[in-house]
Design a protein around this ligand. Structure first.
Ligand SMILES: *Cc1c(COP(=O)(O)O)cnc(C)c1O
Length: 380
């Protein structure tokens, strides 16, 4: 079955008891048993819920993995992967990470004596240099956030195997429609379903996919033991969003490319970051590893931080807000918003300047979006 068909059908067979074509919202905490331990596979909704099971099966299929797990947020999913570690373990992570992931690693897990090295993973030698005996995980996002670097997942999966560590890929930005890390050798894929999978800025959720039974069993145990599970209604919303994922991603991609080209030719823009532009340093790798480039575009304005703040506050159709991946376009200032928890020195070192603006390009008409940006340029 092809991707476009999977999004609509996997895990979503008509309800056996009523024939309902849409998976029902099983809004229940517990399930009646015939005799102690004799039941239909469901005991308590922290452990299992049919609406959640449908979502888990669907996301696993989209990522071409065997097992899926759904969570109450992307961070709950990420935290559950961290439960695989013990104190004394070491992680090598890409330095350009989602701000919340960076915060969880450096502000919480360092208290549990887990060590981190953050490196620029476009340079494979840097990864090899920091791997140690106690390195357990390599952690990356591609495209990265917010600089949209493309990391070579296949090459890094080889390094992970050579060194007996697991490779985790946060595939939130690309979505399984554009990139399937398990096919490229990743052991674990993680998502914030709050973004493109949900797709409508109306829910918070997360997911994990793996094809490794042992890892799945451990993560499923932690999912139940810790309890960061999504409610059935949120699972239903994600399933509903996923049905149009292919259509939305095509339009996000077309609009983002048009806007990236417009920005690249704009006199008030210093630099544009978009993997679909031939000027992007990993353009060839992006073409090889992905089947589209996504809806995120970042760019540096010429001017000072006050002008940048004025610019992001001046668009009318494009809303000033954190988050991404919805049908509506959003603009934000990473230095003072999504990435403000990263110490300034570290932030600048990783290339994330005060003048950087991040756009989550929605599925509106691209000419309306470009006209909106043009008006904002006129006020600075
Ligand atoms: C949003 C996001 C997360 C965190 O997900 P939440 O659903 O907000 O908890 C993790 N990784 C990436 C790349 C994200 O964009």
């Amino acid at each position: 079955m092809r991707f476009e068909t999977k999004v609509i059908h996997i895990g979503q067979e008509p309800d056996p008891s009523t024939g309902a074509i849409v998976v029902p919202i099983y809004q229940t905490s517990t399930y009646v048993q015939e005799a102690p331990g004799k039941h239909k596979g469901y005991e308590y909704s922290r452990t299992q819920n049919p609406t959640r099971a449908a979502l888990e099966k669907n996301i696993a299929a989209l990522e071409n993995g065997k097992y899926g797990l759904a969570f109450s947020s992307g961070m709950a999913a990420i935290n559950t992967i961290m439960n695989l570690l013990k104190s004394g373990d070491h992680i090598v992570a890409e330095q350009d990470l989602y701000g919340g992931t960076h915060r969880l690693f450096t502000k919480l897990y360092t208290n549990y004596e887990i060590e981190f090295d953050f490196v620029d993973m476009t340079d494979l030698e840097k990864i090899r240099r920091v791997i140690k005996k106690n390195t357990k995980l390599l952690w990356l996002e591609s495209p990265t956030n917010p600089l949209l670097k493309i990391i070579d997942i296949q090459a890094i999966s080889k390094i992970a195997k050579e060194n007996d560590c697991l490779l985790v890929v946060d595939n939130t930005f690309a979505t399984p429609y554009f990139q399937q890390p398990i096919n490229l050798g990743a052991d674990i894929v993680v998502h914030s379903t709050s973004k493109y999978l949900g797709g409508h800025c109306d829910l918070i959720g997360g997911a994990i996919v793996t094809s490794n039974k042992e890892i799945y069993d451990q993560l499923a145990f932690y999912q139940n033991a810790v309890g960061g599970v999504p409610g059935p209604f949120d699972c239903w919303l994600v399933l509903r969003g996923i049905k149009t994922l292919t259509l939305r991603m095509e339009r996000h991609n077309q609009n983002a490319l048009a806007i990236a080209r417009y920005l690249e030719s704009h006199p008030k823009v210093r630099k544009v970051y978009y993997p679909g532009l031939p000027s992007h340093p990993q353009y060839e790798l992006a073409k090889k590893q992905m089947r589209g480039f996504g809806g995120m575009v970042s760019f540096e304005l010429k001017g000072d931080i006050e002008q940048v703040k004025k610019f992001v506050s001046s668009t009318q159709i494009i809303s000033l807000a954190e988050s991404l991946g919805g049908v509506e376009s959003l603009i934000e200032h990473p230095a003072t918003m999504t990435h403000s928890s990263i110490p300034k020195e570290e932030r600048i070192k990783s290339g994330l300047s005060d003048e950087l603006v991040r756009l989550s390009v929605g599925i509106e008409h691209q000419e309306d979006l470009i006209a909106d940006l043009e008006k904002a340029f006129e006020v600075i």
